[in-house]
Design a protein around this ligand. Structure first.
Ligand code: UD1
Ligand code: CA
Length: 467
């Protein structure tokens, strides 16, 4: 397929969002709207030009050199925006124009638009949609024969025009020569005193160019996000799309309505996802896993057969057959080798655990390198922070860390070493040693019984007083 340039309009403030953030950077399923548009455009375009203006620096710093930028200093309308890209447009050929706020358009749709443009030998082809509620969109106005005459914006439309339910999605392919001429002649004599790209359509017809339309099969994908309600709608539609694709590929999603999976997340076959589970960012899940309910996994790489219930994991790598939770917190740079078991109320940060090691309950592990088949008892704490610096702990294979012990870093626990429950370990423990650090226990014969007798006597007395 031949490739063309794309111009994506993203200079507007997006007033209706009532946001400090530029509209096109608001995420839909984990990615800025503009990123979805760029991705779709790339399927038919070799060069992407983004028109930035309002808070353009934020957009630039997000996408860096993945695209080229032109600046529209004042937002005088969509035609004015395209005009800013004029010097970057090819001398001849075609250009795709899209809005940065229509995140649901797919590569297939744009390929269809391109095909129609070629098949109809048009000077311009508009991607249109028939919608149940056209409010706010430009309407496609046709003559008695059904040929496109013009696009009329909501604010400039008469009542008859308003009744038209075929709308402009804001996506077009133009022959560059026609577009250049129209851009140089378009006026701003309309309700908003803006230079409308949509007015270029009538101009191109005047120049004798042919204008055709490509109708979207699923009108919902035309959604332009101007406010937070539409942002939520876009989120819902994209989420449905992502969940459907995963289910078609062999993933069980128990309740798709309450399962939130970001664009680009990969999930293997026969994985089961329970309700209220979020899979976010750059996350890869293997086959045959069980995730959720109530689980949030962000930027993780997870192997096969992993079970994670009621837990939060961010920036971790989990190998096969690891089990996590309920109620565990795995923080960035945690690496769990095959078969590791992390139980309830355990927090792990920047640590690695070797094959088969277990931290079954109520523990904190930070900045630790832990070998294979290590057992860490309930309430054990790695004391990694002295108030100023973080220190490393090493626990070698087959060590046993008793309940409620503190390992004060930096410290090394040798192979097969045994830490007695309740010990506070401040010095290295050699291989095979037993370390015990606690006060001597003293048993006072009969003392408890005497206390008990006194207490019973006192209770009897106070009861008799009340009677
Ligand atoms: C626009 C179309 C309308 C179409 C709708 C589809 C025009 C005049 N109207 O209306 O026919 O139905 O999109 O969603 O084109 N922008 C700039 N510079 C500007 C103005 C806008 O870059 O000076 C950008 C915005 O950031 C946005 C896009 O262009 O990404 C569309 O602008 P917006 O104000 O949302 O246009 P709509 O009123 O939605
Ligand atoms: Ca819009």
């Amino acid at each position: 397929m031949e490739k063309m340039a794309a111009v994506i309009l993203a200079a507007g403030e997006g007033k209706r969002m009532k946001s400090k953030r530029p509209k096109v950077l608001h995420p839909v399923c984990g990615r800025p709207m503009l990123e979805h548009v760029i991705e779709a455009a790339k399927s038919i375009c070799s060069e992407i030009i983004v028109v930035i203006g309002h808070k353009g620096e934020e957009i630039k710093s997000f996408f860096a050199d993945a695209v080229s930028y032109v600046e529209q200093k004042e937002q005088l309308g969509t035609a004015h925006a395209v005009m800013q890209a004029k010097s970057l447009l090819p001398a001849e050929g075609t250009v795709l124009v899209l809005c940065g706020d229509t995140p649901l358009l797919t590569a297939e749709t744009l390929q269809g638009l391109w095909q129609t443009f070629k098949d109809t030998q048009a000077a311009a082809t508009i991607l249109s949609a028939r919608v149940p509620d056209p409010y706010g969109y430009g309407r496609i106005i046709r003559d008695a024969l059904g040929n496109v005459q013009k696009i009329v914006e909501e604010k400039d439309a008469g009542s008859e025009e308003r009744a038209v339910n075929e709308i402009n999605t804001g996506t077009y392919i133009f022959a560059v020569n026609y577009l250049r001429r129209a851009l140089s002649e378009v006026k701003n004599d309309n309700a908003q005193q803006e230079y409308y790209l949509t007015d270029c359509i009538a101009l191109i017809l005047q120049y004798g160019g042919k204008v055709t339309t490509h109708l979207l099969d699923d009108y919902r994908l035309a959604l332009g996000v101007n406010d937070r309600l539409q942002l939520a709608q876009a989120q819902q539609i994209m989420q449905e799309r992502i969940n459907r694709q995963l289910m078609e590929a062999g993933v069980t999603i128990i309740d798709p309505q309450s399962t939130y999976i970001d664009a680009g997340v990969k999930v293997g076959q026969d994985t089961v996802i329970w309700p209220q589970t979020l899979l976010r960012g750059k996350t890869y899940i293997g086959e045959g896993c069980v995730l959720g309910p109530n689980t949030e996994i962000t930027d993780c790489r997870i192997g096969n057969g992993v079970v994670i219930r009621h837990s939060v994991a961010t920036g971790c790598v989990l190998e096969d057959d690891v089990t996590v939770g309920p109620f565990a917190h795995l923080r960035p740079h945690t690496e769990l080798k095959t078969g590791v078991k992390i139980g309830d109320f355990v927090e792990i940060k920047k640590s690695s655990l070797g094959r088969g090691s277990k931290v079954a309950h109520l523990a904190y592990i930070g900045d630790a390198q832990i070998g294979q088949d290590v057992n860490i008892g309930a309430g054990a704490i790695v004391v990694n922070y002295d108030g100023q610096n973080k220190h490393q702990t090493t626990i070698r294979d087959n060590a046993f860390i008793g309940c409620n012990s503190n390992l004060v870093a930096p410290v090394k626990i040798g192979k097969g070493a045994f830490i007695a429950a309740g010990s506070t370990i401040t010095r290295d423990v050699p291989d095979g040693a037993l370390a015990i650090e606690r006060g001597q226990q003293v048993n006072k014969e009969g003392l408890a019984s005497r206390f008990l007798q006194k207490k019973v006597a006192k209770n009897d007395e106070s009861r008799q007083e009340k009677e």
